[in-house]
Design a protein around this ligand. Structure first.
Ligand SMILES: CC(C)(COP(=O)(O)OP(=O)(O)OC[C@H]1O[C@@H](n2cnc3c(N)ncnc32)[C@H](O)[C@@H]1OP(=O)(O)O)[C@@H](O)C(=O)NCCC(=O)NCCS
Length: 190
């Protein structure tokens, strides 16, 4: 990956984002208990590339991964909290590419008791705006495991097109998985 520009580096390091009802701050050690409660839910991680977390050490590993992502300039992961401070999930970018392209992969997960209550409907536009404007991305991708109807519908509602089925693209939980490749370009409507 190419070196991020100074502006993009600044945007990555900027501490947080906010919408009407939610605040996004870089995932940190203080999120570990909430993150464990969230990602130890088997239904939440059903279509994700991780097993349900078994203990707090699992949450620490996710936080260490997120911290490393930000430190390397390869991405960012935020904790989403409502205005009362209650944890609602996470969102961010993986795999930022700036050499011979300008793209990143958006990723998100909402705590199960809040599914279908409009958390991502509010947060995803904020994250995309950050990607297109602050990070200067031209193309934002998302990888979805076939069968994850909620994620596919969310992306399609927000201007993403399903471009391909990537056969046996990923390996986790002991087997290969196809992935739906979604993408939205700068000029695409949302
Ligand atoms: C995918 C996920 C993030 C959606 O977040 P959410 O906050 O529940 O979504 P919202 O309530 O804001 O819904 C926004 C839109 O997403 C779509 N959507 C969300 N849940 C849906 C579901 N169960 N079935 C179909 N469409 C759904 C709809 O288009 C919806 O708009 P609408 O309610 O006006 O029809 C959430 O289901 C989740 O965290 N799942 C587990 C983790 C995961 O799979 N992450 C994605 C990995 S690619």
């Amino acid at each position: 990956m190419g070196e991020p520009s100074a502006g993009a580096r600044q945007a990555l390091n900027r501490s947080g984002l906010a919408s009407t009802n939610y605040e996004l701050t870089p995932l940190s050690h203080s999120d570990r208990a909430d993150l464990f409660a969230h990602l130890s839910d088997a239904r939440t991680v059903e279509h994700m590339d991780i097993e349900p977390l078994a203990d707090l050490a699992g949450a620490d590993a996710v936080i260490a991964w997120a911290t490393g992502l930000a430190a390397s300039g390869d991405g960012i992961r935020w904790a989403i909290r409502d205005r009362a401070g209650a944890f609602a999930g996470t969102a961010g970018f993986n795999a930022l590419v700036r050499e011979r392209g300008s793209r990143g992969e958006v990723a998100y997960d909402v705590v199960r008791p809040r599914w279908r209550q409009g958390v991502m409907a509010e947060v995803l536009p904020l994250v995309l705006d950050h990607g297109f404007r602050a990070l200067g991305l031209h193309r934002i991708e998302a990888m979805v495991t076939p069968g994850n109807a909620a994620s596919a519908a969310l992306l399609e509602r927000h201007g993403f097109a399903r471009e391909a089925v990537l056969r046996d693209y990923a390996f986790w939980k002991g087997r290969y998985w196809d992935q739906w490749l979604y993408a939205r370009l700068t000029g695409d409507g949302g």
